[in-house]
Ligand binder design. Structure first.
Ligand code: SAM
Length: 293
């Protein structure tokens, strides 16, 4: 079996198996081995490591991962790709293919079984229709993680990396940056895929923080505040939070909390840093305790 990563080898294998692309699975296969190499370099994979690949497709990146890592676990939802993967990955003894939905996979159990519970690296050319749920699952389910290096829509990569004052800054930026340090490693044009996606793509590496960069008593509540602030971007923070059904505080309590962390009454949510959202969340929670006592 020839190494994949060119238009010719990709077309040959999909014709041999009469594979038809499924839009509902976000199937855009990489046909450029330089891009694959860039992803693998950005992930900083070594021979000791265990890598989880989400959505191997026909196995293009999987072949390269198998050459660089100790163990590769590849989770693919589309059962019609499994016979293809059996052929393209036949030479590699360090690859396990699972025909499963990643959103229903117990990734902690996989890390335990194949890496003794030590941190794994995640590498993927992600299906774009579920980029955010996959990344949030990886962070929130406390999978032991070193870094996640993924191909995503360029616009989504920009949002993950944006800071206050940037028009891309939003709830996704803050969620990602609470858990990890983002770094955009490459921009990738549509002609590097079959079929060509309608949008530009980028490779982003998210290096998991050992400890969160801010301390907050109730992170879940902080994220509720963040979502409520950005849901009403054009409003002041005070009005945005007051209008939200998820934030059970009076306008006066919200204003007192905003002012007590040193911000002006008319501040907009989109200017707050993660540290300021954490301080605001703690302040509101403490005012609730005061109201109860
Ligand atoms: N890695 C391959 C490549 O780069 O050529 C394919 C990437 S393609 C953008 C996304 C892959 O994810 C497809 O193979 C698709 O079938 C698979 N996929 C989509 N949804 C999935 C899910 N929920 N769980 C696992 N795999 C999924």
């Amino acid at each position: 079996m020839a190494t994949l990563g060119t238009p010719k080898s990709t077309i040959e294998i999909i014709q041999k198996y009469q594979f038809t692309f499924q839009k509902k699975f976000g199937q855009n296969f990489l046909i450029d081995s330089h891009v694959v190499q860039k992803i693998i370099r950005a992930a900083e994979i070594t021979k000791e490591e265990c890598v989880l690949e989400i959505g191997p497709g026909i196995g293009t990146m999987t072949q390269h991962l198998a050459e660089h890592a100790r163990q590769v676990i590849a989770v693919e939802i589309d059962s019609s790709l499994i016979p293809i993967l059996n052929e393209t990955l036949a030479p590699y003894e360090n690859v396990i293919v699972m025909n499963q939905d990643i959103l229903k996979t117990d990734i902690c159990a996989l890390a335990q079984e194949y890496n003794g519970g030590k941190p794994v690296k995640v590498v993927a050319n992600l299906p774009y229709y579920i980029t955010t749920p996959i990344i949030m699952k990886l962070f929130e389910s406390n999978v032991p993680l070193d870094n996640i290096t993924v191909m995503v829509q360029k616009e989504v990569a920009d949002r993950m990396q944006a800071g206050p004052g940037n028009k891309e800054y939003g709830a996704l930026s803050l969620a990602v940056q609470y858990y990890a340090k983002p770094y955009i490693a490459a921009n990738v044009p549509p002609n590097c895929f079959i079929p060509r996606p309608g949008v530009g793509s980028a490779v982003i590496r998210l290096t998991r923080h050992k400890n969160p960069p801010v301390q907050v008593d109730d992170p879940k509540f902080m994220f509720q505040l963040i979502r409520a602030s950005f849901n009403q971007r054009r409003k002041t923070l005070q009005n945005g939070l007051n209008n939200s059904p998820d934030i059970p505080y009076s306008k006066e309590t919200i204003l007192a909390a905003i002012e007590s962390i040193g911000l002006p009454a008319a501040v907009r949510g989109e200017t707050l840093t993660l540290g300021q959202f954490a301080a605001l969340a703690d302040c509101l929670r403490h005012s609730e305790l005061k109201e109860l006592s």
